[in-house]
Write a protein that binds this ligand. Structure first.
Ligand SMILES: [Zn+2]
Ligand SMILES: [Zn+2]
Length: 227
């Protein structure tokens, strides 16, 4: 009884001193523990960048995407922390974890999806994921893309619906002729953002070798959910 009281006091004090806690185990003072982050990540089937269907999709023969988790539960909580609770370190850890799970791509650069110009965040979580992976893989990160169209408000939310994006919503700012690039983002929802990134890079002369994301939205099919 006394032990429970003392523990309660320490827990309350801890929340005041360290208001963040791991969403998996509850440990105070951390956005997420490394081991807990690892427990949320798997290796989902490769899927088609163009349509989101597991490879081979039967329609496209282009780049494939890797994802470590499904956008739900703890994985979804971590995306919120990463984007809205100053989760820079979480993004870097995600990148390191993705690099440990997936083989080094046959690419010259990792290219993160850029932060939209109307965002007020002072860091780009996709770039931090790319930098975490780039350190592990010894691959340079190229900030080669930028948006030139405004996104509809609903597309800016985590996992937001970006289906209305045109394929020329992004442009590549540098010449990437004959460079092999690997696109990095935090979430794959409808694939519209990823397609816009791929079109812009191809227009700049690059070959898109593939892509990876921390998580992907569960794909709805025939009224149910499946991969
Ligand atoms: Zn934990
Ligand atoms: Zn496809």
């Amino acid at each position: 009884m006394i032990f429970r009281c003392v523990k309660g006091i320490f827990d309350a004090l801890g929340h005041v001193l360290w208001p963040i806690s791991c969403p998996v185990c509850g440990r105070l003072g951390l956005h997420v523990c490394r081991s807990c982050l690892e427990s949320t990540a798997g290796d989902l089937p490769l899927f088609c960048l163009e349509c989101g269907i597991d490879a081979p999709c039967g329609k496209h023969r282009g780049a494939l995407v890797r994802a470590a988790s499904v956008y739900e539960g703890v994985s979804k909580d971590l995306v919120r922390v990463m984007k809205y609770e100053n989760g820079r370190r979480v993004a870097g850890m995600m990148g390191e974890l993705l690099a440990a799970r997936f083989g080094r791509p046959q690419a010259d650069f990792l290219v993160p999806v850029p932060l939209h110009k109307s965002s007020d965040r002072d860091y780009n979580q996709a770039e931090l994921i790319a930098r975490g992976a780039g350190r592990a893989w010894r691959l340079d990160v190229a900030r080669a893309l930028r948006w030139h169209l405004a996104l509809p408000r609903q597309a800016l939310r985590p996992g937001g619906d970006d289906r209305s994006l045109p394929e020329d919503a992004m442009i590549a700012e540098r010449c990437l002729t004959e460079a092999r690039v690997f696109i990095v983002d935090d979430v794959y929802t409808s694939g519209s953002t990823m397609r816009a990134a791929a079109r812009a890079l191809e227009k700049a002369g690059a070959a898109v070798a593939g892509a990876m994301v921390w998580c992907r939205a569960r794909r709805k099919e025939h009224g149910g959910s499946t991969f």
